[in-house]
Design a protein around this ligand. Structure first.
Ligand code: 13P
Length: 288
């Protein structure tokens, strides 16, 4: 059964580790992430961007697939199904479809409008028993058509949004979706520390998890980050393993063209990536 992310994130914040949010794209992604979470006895958050939701034919399909897999695969660790960078309309659709958690990305609105819309969603999520992530200060880079300028969040604005009663807060601290450029100056721990000071025990969310050096991840967790989003790294692992299979001519040998064989190395690539992240984030064994 799906759960919201409140409990798992409160425990992570308290225990100084982070829960991984891994974006899903299709059946292979979802199965790989769920099985790895179960093997690692780790709580997990499945992230669905609006683009990925559309690709999978709609949010109802996603809910059906995830609920079906949890049952058929005997998944017992806590799993939250979470809308990633949702618009207000997208949030309403996911609430309707049976997601257990949503992110409303109002970072491109004025702070007043971000507050007003987030406030409405706080009320609805409380009624439905869902968890809500809000965002202050756009995350840099592009993800599924959502383009951010890479701002540093204003700690006072973070407090305004946190005080509305959201369950987790994403704040721009120099993080970027996708690969980091070679001249990236790194995360601003000064900003993160100031946000933590203003927001108390609010679980903070680090987007753009791909390619952030290990020591920066650990430091971010020590400063209140309890949820870390990873998307691109699973895509790169899947693509590299699939490329290797094709380049070795394996699709042309025997029944190597069978999608269950052709997609297997990529599937294993996602599993290995997810496991390595769970180790780094410290979430292994936390669902026991
Ligand atoms: P990456 O693609 O950089 O890992 O970022 C994922 C993310 O933040 C999803 O919201």
């Amino acid at each position: 059964m799906l759960v919201n992310a409140k409990d798992m994130l409160a425990k992570a914040r308290e225990g100084k580790y982070a829960v991984g949010h891994f974006n899903i794209n299709n059946l292979e992604w979802t199965k790989a992430i769920l099985l790895t979470a179960q093997e690692c006895k780790s709580p997990v958050i499945l992230g669905v961007s609006e683009g990925a939701g559309k690709y999978m034919t709609g949010y109802k399909t996603v809910v059906g697939m995830v609920n079906g897999m949890i049952e058929e695969l005997g998944i017992t660790v806590p799993v939250a199904l979470h809308l990633d960078h949702g618009s207000y309309e997208g949030c309403m659709k996911c609430i309707e479809a049976g997601f257990s958690s949503i992110m409303f990305d109002g970072s491109h609105y004025s702070i007043e409008e971000n507050v007003a819309k987030t406030q409405e969603l706080v009320k609805i999520c409380a009624e439905k028993g869902m968890s809500l992530e809000a965002e202050v200060g756009a995350i840099g880079g592009e993800e599924d058509g959502v383009v951010g300028k890479g701002e540093f969040a204003d700690p006072n604005e973070c407090k305004m949004i946190a005080d509305l009663g959201v369950d987790m807060l994403a704040a721009g601290i120099g993080n970027i979706h996708g690969k980091y450029p070679a001249n990236w100056p790194g995360l601003s721990f000064e900003t993160l520390a100031a946000i933590q000071e203003k927001t108390g025990t609010m679980p903070l969310v680090l987007h753009g998890g791909t390619g952030i050096p290990e020591e920066m991840i650990k430091k971010a967790i020590s400063l209140g980050v309890a949820k870390i989003n990873v998307n691109t790294e699973c895509q790169l692992a899947f693509a590299a393993a699939t490329r290797e299979y094709i380049e070795a001519g394996k699709d042309q040998s025997g029944k190597g063209y069978d999608p269950r064989k052709l997609l297997a190395p990529g599937f294993e690539g996602i599993k290995a990536t997810v496991k390595a992240k769970m180790e780094l984030f410290g979430s292994i064994g936390k669902a026991e």
